[in-house]
Write a new protein. Structure first.
Length: 340
């Protein structure tokens, strides 16, 4: 019987403090309780003492971490107990004042008896109010838990519906809206479009809409032909279509990276980048930097400028296409193609 009680006490303590520290805290509690009775030699019924006094937590205030006025988690004096003492003293003072006002001429013994009676009545009322608060809190907690359970059930239903949704492109059921094959195809199309935009942005005169459209078609044909050839070389002529679908976006990503590197190399030879490189080199030399430091600074400035110009040119290309689709006249300044 003692072992289950000890295990239960450890479970309760593990919910308040670190589970690793619960055995030592329980041992300290038993030591303090034995000291209260004057030592284990004075315990006549060890089992009854252990179950009825030694293992029980004795909170002196509503704080569940309190045990005989000591905080279980910190080992310090419980601050809530001080509040309880203050509240009880204040209540006793109010009751004593009320008795003094109601019974000014009674004997001291009768006055103390009346104060005790009224205090007991107040304690009973306070316990009833506390019980009502606990009941209300338990109801609120139960309602919140029920709301959380309902929300989780709804989220699970939504997730399950999303998982069972057919593919938006091919209609394959149970594809979570997009099957792997269509996902690879979409990703490939995005990468091909970006690669085409990089090539067109640095080569086209954006003020000529027809030239931009023709160059876009040509670059797209060339890019797709390059992608097909690279896929055949990487996968082989008799490869599994699923393997080809998986490999295609990876090769498209490599083509995009190569196009970006080529566009940056092309821009590094443009007049704007060369002027920025020369200015950065001259500024470093004016600060008495060495030629090696100036070369490093100039190279970094050239890379930053080329990346900025590439982003700007791609943005201008998208804007020109939007204007063309809306039927508005071009407002581009007529930037000439970049010549390395």
């Amino acid at each position: 019987m003692a072992l289950p009680a000890v295990e239960q006490a450890l479970v309760v303590l593990s919910g308040i403090v670190d589970p690793a520290a619960a055995p030592q805290i329980l041992a300290n509690r038993l030591t303090d309780r034995l000291r209260e009775v004057g030592g284990e030699a004075l315990v006549r019924d060890p089992m009854g003492w252990l179950l009825g006094r030694g293992l029980l937590q004795r909170p002196a205030c509503p704080d569940r971490r309190c045990d005989d006025g000591i905080r279980l988690d910190t080992g310090d004096d419980c601050p809530s107990c001080g509040n309880v003492v203050h509240i009880r003293r204040s209540l006793r003072a109010r009751v004593a004042a009320a008795v003094e006002a109601d019974l000014p001429y009674v004997l001291p013994a009768e006055r103390r008896s009346e104060i005790g009676r009224r205090l007991r009545k107040e304690y009973v009322l306070e316990e009833q109010r506390a019980q009502l608060r606990r009941t209300r809190t338990e109801c609120e907690v139960a309602q919140r838990r029920q709301a959380v359970a309902q929300r989780r059930a709804l989220e699970e239903d939504v997730q399950e519906a999303r998982r069972q949704a057919p593919c938006a492109d091919c209609g394959l059921p149970g594809s979570a809206g997009l099957c792997p094959g269509c996902s690879y195809r979409r990703r490939t199309e995005e990468l091909v479009g970006e690669a085409v935009d990089l090539a067109v942005a640095v080569r086209a005169d954006l003020s000529d809409a027809s030239a931009v459209a023709e160059l876009t078609r040509q670059c797209e044909r060339d890019t797709r032909a390059l992608l097909r050839a690279a896929c055949e070389q990487a996968c082989g002529p008799d490869a599994d279509p699923r393997w080809i679908a998986f490999t295609t976006p990876q090769i498209a990503q490599q083509i995009l990276d190569d196009r970006r590197a080529a566009a940056l190399r092309r821009l590094l030879g443009s007049q704007d980048v060369v002027a920025e490189v020369d200015a950065a080199y001259a500024a470093c030399r004016r600060r008495r930097g060495s030629e090696e430091d100036a070369d490093v600074v100039a190279e970094a400035a050239g890379r930053r400028t080329a990346e900025y110009l590439l982003r700007q040119y791609v943005g201008e290309l998208h804007a020109a296409r939007q204007r063309e689709a809306a039927g508005r006249p071009a407002v581009c300044a007529g930037r000439a193609p970049v010549v390395a």
